[in-house]
Design a protein around this ligand. Structure first.
Ligand code: NOJ
Length: 746
């Protein structure tokens, strides 16, 4: 091997360094924590390590008594500002140590004002916008007494079967990392402010690789993949000051992640020096019994505690067993002090000891017009134009008549997506309402199908009649909220029900057919894309789906979203992700013999001995980073400040992007590299940067990127390295196209 390993830098760069909140040692906060701990009994300490669901102790009187006795450190799912304030008062004024409580809730993509699902937000490639949205979510949630959210979820996934892909930011570690950091900042804001909501980096770690996309399933992730991909968003969140982490459900390489010393202790605490607190996922400690990793709840408590889970969510392995484990000398009280110290530090960082608990922000903020406006903006920017034959879109507001059809056309709740405990369908503006507002009686409405899984064709005739009366058809296809999200895995990722059949019938009318897809995952929509003239992928857009869609359909704005995840042709192609390896037998399009072209009595042993599918070929339906616009952008003049870079150097890379079409529009410009030869094999492309620009027709901008040698660092199974050698570099509009050059790392 000719490659010289330049640096052993596990302590710097992408996956190391100090966490933002690692400066606590020996400061007054630590002294306060230590003095509190020294006055607490073991039972009271264990009480802090317990989080329970609302109602766990019985009625409110029983709950107060449990708080007074120090039996609980946190509640989840209490969303009544008055009750929360009263319980907090009891904790601060009537419990022995006056330790405040954390009130947790899954505020994932909005509280009452719902923003697009995270996968949609990621399609905006605008982390600042997600920060703004999550700040609003925090303002609304904190007005109901919530001071901790279990978000953002930053699990990287390649699997559209996995229902929780909806909650993810897609397949790329850099994009996921940027969004993770931004959302943490949004939720937490200024910690001294009453609207601050502690964020939670979840699910640590590897949960997105659940085999076959089946939720809670086993994961096998080799250490290079774990470090080069899955850990990166978590490190970014830690660096952004996230106050809490959540251990996951999955078994990672044989060790459940809620009892995994390698990830929770070695990586999180020792390598990253993370000082925040770790909460288990709901029941993930006793589930180690099902995993076959613990014999009983006592052993499960021991394993989780030794790995460093500070707080147990919902179940009571700690409450029932930790005292005995300490008395038996299996866990030391010093260890318990560390865990409780982590919990107290979060409460201290949040200012909960000092903040007035009954002085909540006004609930007038809920669904405030400014919040709805941001929701509309995020929704608009999250939608991705996948096809636009002959400029079918935009359509004119003075169109004579438009048929609005489809199961997702007027589904207030189902446009909100998964994980909306507090969002309400009645708050939504649906596409039907938004189109009607603009078109009035020029809208011909017919639902066609009552819901996405509807198998009845009884509504077809009306829908076809509406289509025939209209100048164009807009069909709202997709899947309702319950088909994605936790536990909602699908083995078949096509449009459910008889939607395809209805689309086929509508196509026969010969009218321009626009498909808007609302879904929690990238669906297999190849056949429907072929039939449609235009396709807008809207994900689950949230409260303001309707106005955001009319903004785009009528051309007030150009679509600007780009895919944060590869679209596969069908479930059999999974996993298919852009940073795959080249293999020893890479195929080109010319190498593919498709199944229908194989001679009836072929005597061939193989169809070319190449890595390909004889039905899907070698390309996905749509590549990562892809998205069309109403205008066209031209990429020119790729320039590198140098074609050689030293191990501590930087090169500046730029390209000129010109709007050569007729619409003002935003473009997401992407920077990719490929490390040609490595001490372990390297992906065929890696995203290293992205920028969003806005250009008026005819205008041009030079987009600059800075690429540091340390951005080329990776973990090779033994250590972090920056290896000399040749690289390709691209600036382009997606992961498959772009201007290409090369450089050498010396
Ligand atoms: C289980 C989920 O995995 C997690 O994401 C969520 O925060 C908790 N339940 C609490 O609801």
């Amino acid at each position: 091997m000719k490659i010289r390993i330049l640096s052993l830098i596990a302590g710097i760069g992408l996956l190391a360094g100090c966490s933002a909140n690692s400066t606590h040692n020996a400061d007054p906060v630590e002294e306060k924590i230590n003095s509190m701990l020294s006055g607490m009994t073991l039972e009271e300490k264990i009480g802090q390590m317990q989080q329970v669901n609302d109602g766990f102790f019985g009625d409110d009187e029983a709950t107060k008594q449990a708080i007074r006795e120090g039996k609980v450190g946190s509640f989840l799912n209490m969303v009544d500002a008055k009750r929360v304030a009263e319980f907090q008062r009891v904790a601060l004024e009537e419990s022995k140590h006056g330790i405040p409580l954390l009130f947790g809730r899954d505020v994932i993509h909005g509280f009452r004002t719902i923003f697009p699902i995270p996968l949609g937000m990621a399609s905006s490639w605008e982390p600042d916008l997600a920060e703004k949205a999550m700040r609003i979510a925090a303002v609304e949630a904190s007005s109901m007494g919530i001071n901790w959210t279990f978000a953002p979820m930053m699990d990287v996934t390649w699997d559209p079967r996995w229902g929780r892909i909806a909650e993810s930011c897609g397949e790329d570690p850099l994009l996921a990392a940027e969004f993770a950091a931004a959302m943490v900042k949004g939720f937490q804001g200024d910690l001294s402010d009453p609207t601050a909501v502690a964020a939670c980096a979840k699910h640590f770690v590897g949960y997105g690789m659940s085999e076959a996309g089946r939720d809670y399933n086993t994961t096998y992730i080799p250490e290079p993949l774990l470090r080069n991909v899955h850990l990166r968003p978590f490190k970014a969140a830690a660096d952004a000051g996230v106050l809490t982490f959540m251990s996951a459900f999955n078994d990672l390489n044989g060790v459940p992640t809620s009892g995994n010393e390698f990830t929770l202790k070695q990586i999180l605490r020792d390598e990253w020096d993370y000082k925040g607190m770790v909460v288990s996922d709901w029941g993930s400690i006793p589930e180690m019994i099902n995993h076959g990793f613990a014999a009983d709840t006592k052993q499960a408590a021991e394993i989780a505690a030794k790995a460093g889970v500070d707080m147990e969510m919902a179940t009571t392995c700690y409450a029932e067993n930790l005292k005995t484990l300490v008395e038996e000398g299996v866990i030391t009280e010093t260890q318990i002090d560390n865990y409780v110290g982590n919990i107290l530090r979060v409460k201290q960082d949040m200012g909960l000891f000092e903040k007035p608990y009954d002085n909540h922000v006004s609930t007038d903020t809920i669904l405030a017009p400014t919040h709805l406006e941001v929701s509309r903006e995020v929704a608009r920017k999250s939608m991705v134009l996948l096809k636009n034959k002959g400029n079918t879109l935009p359509i004119s507001k003075s169109i004579r008549s438009l048929a609005v059809i489809g199961p997702l056309s007027d589904a207030g709740r189902d446009q909100l997506g998964t994980w909306i405990f507090d969002g309400q369908g009645e708050d939504s503006t649906t596409p039907k309402e938004a189109f009607e507002k603009i078109l009035g009686s020029r809208m011909n409405y017919a639902e066609g199908l009552e819901y996405s899984r509807d198998k009845s064709t009884k509504g077809f005739a009306k829908a076809i009649a509406a289509a025939k009366r209209s100048d164009a058809i807009i069909f709202f296809a997709g899947e309702e909220s319950i088909l994605s999200g936790e536990a909602n895995a699908r083995g078949i990722i096509d449009l459910p029900g008889v939607q395809t059949e209805l689309i086929t019938e509508l196509k026969k009318t010969g009218k321009p057919l626009i498909l808007v897809v609302m879904a929690g995952r990238p669906l297999g929509i190849g056949a429907e894309m072929d039939m449609a003239d235009a396709v807008l992928y809207a994900w689950h857009p949230g409260t303001m789906a309707g106005p955001a869609i009319t903004d785009l359909v009528f051309g007030d704005y150009s679509p600007s979203g780009k895919l944060p995840v590869t679209f596969v042709k069908g479930a059999g192609q999974i996993p298919f992700y852009y940073y795959r390896k080249n293999t020893g037998r890479p195929a080109t399009e010319n190498d593919v013999t498709y199944i229908d072209d194989i001679p009836r009595n072929s005597k061939q042993l193989s169809l070319g001995f190449k890595s390909m599918h004889i039905d899907y070929g070698i390309t996905p339906l749509l590549p990562f980073g892809f998205g069309l616009s109403y205008t066209e952008f031209e990429y020119n003049n790729l320039k590198l400040s140098a074609h050689e870079i030293s191990a501590d150097g930087t090169i500046f890379v730029s390209a000129d992007i010109k709007n050569v079409g007729n619409y003002e529009a935003e473009e997401i410009v992407q920077l990719y590299i490929r490390d040609k030869v490595g001490s372990i094999t390297r992906p065929i492309k890696e995203l290293k940067g992205f920028k969003k620009i806005n250009l008026k027709p005819g205008n041009e901008k030079t987009v600059n990127f800075e690429l540091k040698a340390e951005d080329l660092q990776f973990f090779n199974g033994k250590e972090y390295v920056i290896e000399p050698g040749d690289f390709y570099i691209w600036i382009g509009p997606n992961s498959e196209e772009g201007l290409q050059d090369t450089f050498v790392l010396k």
